[in-house]
Write a protein that binds this ligand. Sequence first.
Ligand code: HEM
Length: 410
Amino acid sequence: MTEELLSLPVPSVPAGESGVAWLRSQVVRFSDGPEHTRRRALTTALLEGVDATTLDELADRVLPGAPADVAEIAPSYQPHEPITAQADAAVERLVARHGRTETTAARIGLLVQAWAATRAFADRLTTGDRTPPVPLTRRQSAQGVVEVDLTAHPFGHGAHACPGRELATKIAKNMAFKALHHRAEPLLLPNAWDHATAVALQEAGYPAVGTTSFGVSAAHGVPDASGLAKEHTRALARLIGTLPCPVTADVEHGFSEDPDEVAEYVASLGISGINLEDGRGDHLADPADQAELVAAVKRRTPGVFVNARVDTHWLGIDATTTEVLRRAEHYLAAGADGIFVPRLPLPGIATFTATFDTPLNVLAGEPVHRLADLGVRRISTGSLLFRAARAATVETANALLSPGTRSGAA
Ligand code: HEM
């Protein structure tokens, strides 16, 4: 039924010489037939190869300097909405800069379509709301204009289905992952080591899933923090990156000391976050060098949440709060979105959160409410789930195989 309604023509818009009326008359969204086919190809071509990780990056690629104007145009874009003088002026400013062409209209239309819908999608991923970000659309039937509920097809269906679906999903997950660090309660982040465990955790209702480098390395028979899990980590990130929630990966120290190589590696994962550690086995990286890695990742993929890990307490090297703060300052100046200090004692946690507003991540251990009261924004399980599963595997096998036990194996 919804599919049938969505295959009806879109309500037609009158020709317009300038402002929003001109924009509406030129875009793919409000056209049908050969005009729609031509404009759809234009839009698809504009989106091709755009690997933006934020809406601002998308705007930069598609129509530089447009965000403020796009925000003015959006409320007047739909034909059933009144056109404001500000919206008309914003269209004309963009036309003056980029020309009154169908391509300019396609660029504006693409960004207007992207803006509010992607934010609404990110909000839903953050709160767990399952209603469609674009609740309805309109079609022209013989009886007049009908509203079509999009619950069954959040990205539309048929000829007008959203061409930005993949990109929008990636950007919305990035936005949601960041927002999950700024809610009233800390983010409880479980760390998976394979596809099955990531799916189980997502299905159990966790709003985001991470990976454990210890678990991933152990599952593939290589030592942790040895740099040997690079391809296993990438394969897992790509696999679980398709889950309907944000995903972050523990990428050790980025598997290279070359900032550009680390940045390219992170971009190739296509997920919402990474943990990047300054531990190098038996010593700590120079914080200025480590900051270069952080900065390169943020330049290449600004929407990816970089959780800079300070390994002072993990490795027991320079394990003082002063050293944690010094290192954190370097990484925050380079653009890190969060700081992770495994094994940081409670007084150090209190000093950190009193010094920086940036989200602090610690390992699970202390009661959640205690960490929350100290201002911790993210609590990770690290390798705990992996170790628990391994122990439970042996225990279950032993219980089943011990003499006198009936087999319950499937
Ligand atoms: C990067 C972000 C996005 C871009 C570039 C984008 C672009 C577009 C464009 C150009 C169209 C018109 C296609 C046509 O008429 O042939 C469209 C349609 C549509 N978009 Fe998106 N969009 C984005 C995000 C979203 C999001 C987050 C949602 C909601 C989940 C969404 C839902 C829709 C729907 C439902 C339609 C079809 C409307 C209809 O059939 O009447 N879009 N999108």
